[in-house]
Design a protein around this ligand. Sequence first.
Ligand code: ZN
Length: 153
Amino acid sequence: MGILECASRASVWKGFDCYAQEKVLRLNEIGEDMFRAEVSGSEDNVYEVELNIRHPRKSKCNCPRANGKRVVCKHIVATYFVVCPEEGDRLIAETMEAQRGEVQRQEELYRKVYRKIQSMSQTELQESLLALLEYGPEWQYERFIREHGLEET
Ligand SMILES: [Zn+2]
């Protein structure tokens, strides 16, 4: 598993922010696929990161979240993005692609609903509306009553 797969989703995004805000300072290669960096954290803290790309869980950071644990924190992720900026580009591209896909799915679904309603007979529409009012949320029922002035005596 890669660094990003070992980190929580939140750490990936927080790490991306750290990277984008150029909080990774003094990056050095210390071995094959191994790097050391200083990452400025919240307040005036500066954390020491050791990034091990081949063995993500052997990466280290002395922040409270990762210190002494095998946790891939946002500082480790940020360092990784500095070493492999193309991974940051890929993350953004994939996220945008997923969002576009979701919007398209919703639009396609809306078109299907619209076409379905167009094709329904009056009886079907009446039954469908009654069912929606009966089994839908209370506010929907009350709104129907309000919009049609049915409360007035
Ligand atoms: Zn950390």
